[in-house]
Write a protein that binds this ligand. Sequence first.
Ligand SMILES: Cc1cc2nc3c(=O)[nH]c(=O)nc-3n(C[C@H](O)[C@H](O)[C@H](O)COP(=O)(O)OP(=O)(O)OC[C@H]3O[C@@H](n4cnc5c(N)ncnc54)[C@H](O)[C@@H]3O)c2cc1C
Length: 371
Amino acid sequence: MESANIVIIGAGVVGLAVAAKVSESNEEVYVFEKNARHGQETSSHNSGVIHSGIHYPKNSLKAKLCVKGNTMMYELCEKYQIPFKRLGKLTVAIEEEEVNELDKLMRAGTENGVEGLKFLGEEAVRRLEPNVEVEKALLTPSTGILEPDELMNHFYARTRKNNAVLATETEVTSIRKTDGGYEVAGVSVGEKFSVTAKTVINCAGLFSDKVAAMVGLDVAKLGYLIYPCKGDYFRVAGKPLVKMLVYPVPKGPGLGIHLTPDLAGSIRLGPNAYYVDKIDYAVESGEKEFREDVTRFVPKVRDYEIHEDSSGIRPKLQGPKDGFRDFAIRHEADNGFFGLINLVGIESPGLTAAAAIGEHVAEIVENEVKR
Ligand SMILES: Cc1cc2nc3c(=O)[nH]c(=O)nc-3n(C[C@H](O)[C@H](O)[C@H](O)COP(=O)(O)OP(=O)(O)OC[C@H]3O[C@@H](n4cnc5c(N)ncnc54)[C@H](O)[C@@H]3O)c2cc1C
């Protein structure tokens, strides 16, 4: 049986960011990825937005890692030429009663340390975005977009440079606690394999509850059950309707159907949000919902054709009847599994926070596991 120091399960943006960081100061780091390439699941099925941090309660991991991750992400993009644009975002109140929701976002953003927040009236909004017709808006200048594949390639290159190994087509099917750590086993390119590791880091995204259960943790009791929540996108044909990101106030389990320019300027609408029980990336929604929602604040969308684009699936801890749930990033020592670190429920803003999550997990390894 081969031995490793640290095994990371999952090579999405989070597993790769964690690998890039922990391999700076640890030898024998392995990343196991079930697909033929890294980043084929949630990390390549999202909006590519660098969020600011206005949507999360004060002191939550989501708030802290998003705000820190936002700064880190712009620094990374500038330093390593990862394509990005700092476009800014408008969150809009269409009706009078939605103005209260804008106040709440302003409060949360201020408490979280988001800089440059500003309310804009109808006229000021129209000057910035002539096709947006609303009562009031909250301007978030630090919101932007980036190219997720390029970001993942960057983390992967750093992982390789630090001599960590990414094994693709390698699915972990069991994890057993041993005297000195864990025996991680599964199937790699059609062959059974087994590796011992002192530390195991679970970054398995939509499957992170199943991976956590492999070791024998009661995932239902710990609140680690994933409720997959899908979001579809449509694309607007023709000349861009807006230059900035434009969001309604959030409602339901998503952020509401919004307009996001991509790096070429083309506009995507979405994602909407509905719970599913299987992982299937086919677009299931109809055009009507998207058109109606967006017409409320960008009436001109009526003159444009829109087409099915893509979808993504959020690994949510928040079930259909639940309120806010934070990221779960836990060293399971207190639950009897020293050296096992679970990352569960890493939905949005996981892309924005990836580098900050990498640092956070590396600190857990240094301060709790290696001590
Ligand atoms: C519709 C949508 C829009 C979003 N928009 C944004 C946004 O604009 N900005 C933002 O910050 N965040 C956004 N997010 C969130 C962001 O995309 C995620 O937080 C992030 O991609 C999660 O990365 P991950 O590495 O944890 O998961 P994943 O990318 O899903 O990676 C997990 C990996 O683990 C592998 N794996 C699973 N089980 C095993 C196993 N047993 N053995 C080996 N490998 C395994 C999988 O194959 C996968 O590659 C969005 C999410 C969705 C769904």
